[in-house]
Design a protein around this ligand. Sequence first.
Ligand code: ATP
Ligand code: MG
Length: 425
Amino acid sequence: MGTVYRSIRGMHDFLPVEATYSHSIEEYIKNILHHHAYFEIRFPVVEETGLFKKAIGKNTDIINKEMYNFYDKKKKTISLRPEGTVSCIRACIQNNMFYQSQVQKLWYHGPMFRYERPQKGRFRQFYQLGVEYFGCNDIVVDYEIIILTVNILKNLNLLSNVKLEINSIGTLKDRKNFSLVLKKFFQKHIIHLTKHEKNLLSRNPIRILDSKNQNIVKLLKLAPKLNNYLSKSSYTRFEQLCNLLNSSKIDFIINHQLVRGLDYYNDTVFEWKSKDNLGSNHAVCSGGRYDNLIEYLGGKKNSAMGFAIGIERLLIIKKSVDTFYFNYLTIDINVLVVEVAYLMLAINVSEKLRLTWPDLKINTCLQVVKKKNYTKFSKNIKSKFLLVFSSRALNMNKILIKNMFHKETYIPLNRIFQNPCIFKK
Ligand code: ATP
Ligand code: MG
C-alpha cells in the first residue's frame, strides 16, 4: 500500500458539518459588520518577511518562534501571514486608501499561520475575522469598537460565556520607562525565572506580565504596576473609556496585566476571554489601538484601532451552547424517483422548487430507487421531507410527501409550489 498522507500537524480540515456551521456564524458576524458600514478587504496570504518583522517587532514570540518563512524561487524571503492587521495596512498604503477619505472601516477574514504547539483552540493554521477602524483616535472610537464586539457576542448569544478584560498599555515611551523598572525588580528575583523568562526580561520585559508560571504570578503581585507609569493623557483616556463603558452598563474587568503579543499597540487593549471552554487559551477576541503603525510602515500618520476574533475558539464556545449544531447539515427536501422515466421530471421540479423556496436546501437523488428498496432507502435519508415520484402518484397527478416522522401523504403536484406550509420546519 502507498503512503497514507495526513494533514500537516496543527492544520485541520473543516468537514462539512464544521464548515457549514462555521460559515453560518461567519455570515452572521459579517452581516453585523455590514450594518455598521464596515467594508471587506482581501489581501494575499503571503507577504515579504520584512514587513511582518518590522511591524510586529523582532522581539516578539510571533517573529522569533511562530513564523512560517520560505524562500521563493528568486531567494526572496516570504512568510505566511501570522495575522491580518499588518497586511491590511500595507494594502491601504500601497493603494492610497488613506488619502481618499479620513475614516476607513474595514474587515477581513481568512487563514493565519503560526508555528505554535498545537492544543485545544491553538492551531498552526487558524481563521481570524478582523476589523480595523482607521482615521480617528477619539476615545469614542475605542468605545464604539468595544461595543461592536459586545453586539457580535450578544447576537451570537455568547455574552454569558465570555468576559471582557481591558487595560491601557500607555505610549511606547511609558512602556520603555516601565520596562526599566520591571527589569530591575525581576533582576532581584532572577532565581525564580526560567530560561525563557530570563530571555524575555532582556528582550521584551513587558511580556512577563502575561506569564502563567505560578512563581511569576505571585511575584507580579509585588512588582511595579504599568498603570502607575502611564502618561497623563493615556491615564485620562483610560479613565474616559471606563466611564463610557460603565455608563452603558457593559460588564468588564480591568486587568493591569493584560498586554499584547505584538509590539505595535498603544493605550487601549482588550480581550474577550472564555469563562470555561478554552482552557488556558482563553482569548477568543483580542484588540487594541495602534496609532503609530501606519506611519511606521511608511504611510501618513493616521490613528487606528481594531480587533480579531479567532474563529476556531469562537466555534468551541458556540458549540457548547448550540447542542444541535450538527443539524446544520440537514437537507430540507430530498426529491426521489422510483422509476427512471421520471428522472428528468424530478430534476425540473427540483429546479422550480429551488426558485420558489430559495431558503430551502433541496437535493435531487439522481440514483433511481427501485420500488422494492424504497422503504429501506427512504428510512435512511436524512431530510425533513422526501418527495417521491412514482407512477402510482403521478397517475393521480399527485406526488408522495413523507415527513421526518415517516408520515406519508399524497398531494396534488402544483400545491408544492403554492403552499408554504407544506415545507414549514
Ligand atoms: P494567545 O495569547 O492565545 O496566543 P494572541 O495574543 O497571540 O493569543 P492575537 O494575535 O491577538 O492572539 O490573535 C487574535 C485572536 O486569534 C486571539 O484572540 C485568538 O482567538 C486567535 N488566535 C491566536 N492564535 C491562535 C492560534 N494559534 N490558534 C487559534 N486561534 C488563535
Ligand atoms: Mg499567541
